[in-house]
Design a protein around this ligand. Structure first.
Ligand code: CP
Length: 329
């Protein structure tokens, strides 16, 4: 199959076919090797990426910005509050105008019911690729980095291996549901069996779950849901990969106070050593970060030998450089 990703957007996880994702991974591994060897790889010399943020970031900003510099280009950090968006610049203005200044437009907008629509509308008017740095529905670059990390730890043949995508308690804020949604959409295509576990109020978007189940059917993988107030340990039993993180009960309520009240019932959904012990002995623990330490996940798990969280964070750099080089060249 011919892969030509030039000028393509990446907004939803299934925007790229499985073969196209395989190409992204091949390029990402090559770029990781080149960086390790100190080999220059200026595939985007003189190109400029606009990075428009409506929400805070550590990893996403750092890795996109460093990635563009390593590819020979530049990334312009634009915080939405410093723009004229509040004074009338619509997604059409951003798409039309930034599309004429820049060679790519990357956007983070996680507001529930708003973010994905905003990014899609910018893409409608942009002549250059639009890249989703996380919206309310998807976090595709996190998921590509997670897939790269899983392949590094478990090999290319993932058939028969089980990924647990589990809710975990957090106290800091109601986190977006984009990470678990991206995981359940992308991972069945690469052979992983999925167990999705959450307390009953923390279900994901029904159409995303239906799409994920369809992908699992298509690729002959298992897809199980445990929606039980005490289901975390059961989900972890015998797992190869545990991806336990918090997300808000957004399908139940969008009221932050009500959401917090619901969330506070499930403090026992902490990823700890006891739950890791019931997984396979060589199981890995994943989290996109930031994590609420000793609330969402214990220090012992997060800093322990089975945790791969810093490799996940590093791989953001390599997969993003791969997608930028393939779409913006
Ligand atoms: N994982 C992730 O997207 O991190 P940031 O929110 O720090 O960008």
């Amino acid at each position: 199959m011919q892969t030509n990703l030039r000028n393509r957007d990446l907004i939803g996880d299934l925007d790229f076919s499985k073969e196209e994702v395989e190409t992204v991974l091949d390029v990402a591994f090559d770029l990781k090797r080149k960086r390790a060897l100190g080999e220059p790889h200026p595939y985007l010399r003189d190109k400029v990426l606009a990075m428009l943020f409506f929400f805070s970031s550590t990893r996403t900003r750092g890795s996109f910005e460093a990635g563009m510099a390593q590819l020979g280009g530049h990334a312009a950090f634009i915080e939405s509050k410093t723009t004229q968006i509040a004074h009338g610049d619509t997604p059409k203005e951003i798409g039309e105008i930034f599309g004429r200044y820049f060679d790519g437009i990357a956007i983070r907008h996680v507001e529930w019911g708003v973010g994905n629509r905003y990014i899609t509308e910018v893409a409608r008017y942009s002549r250059v690729p639009v890249l989703n740095m996380q919206c309310d529905i998807y976090h595709p670059f996190q998921c590509l980095a997670d897939l790269m990390t899983i392949i590094e730890k478990k090999g290319r043949d993932l058939r028969g291996k089980r990924l647990v995508v589990s809710w975990a308690y957090a106290a800091s804020y109601l986190k977006p549901i984009s990470v678990p949604q991206s995981l359940i959409l992308q991972m069945p295509r690469f052979g992983l069996d999925i167990t999705l576990a959450y307390p009953p109020e923390f279900g994901l978007m029904p159409d995303i779950v239906a799409q994920a189940q369809e992908e699992a059917r298509r690729y002959g993988t298992a897809f199980d849901i445990i929606a039980d107030p005490n289901g975390m340990e059961e989900a972890c039993r015998g797992a190869d990969i545990i991806y336990a993180k918090s997300w808000g009960p957004l399908l139940t309520t969008t009221d932050p106070e009500e959401g917090k009240r619901i969330q506070d019932q499930y403090r026992h959904w902490i990823m700890d050593e006891a739950k890791l012990r019931v997984a396979k002995p060589d199981a890995i623990y994943m989290h996109p970060l930031p994590a609420d330490r000793n609330i969402e996940v214990t220090d012992g798990v997060l800093d322990g030998p089975q945790s791969v969280v810093y490799d996940q964070a590093e791989n953001r750099l390599h997969v993003q450089k791969a997608v930028m080089a393939l779409t913006m060249a």
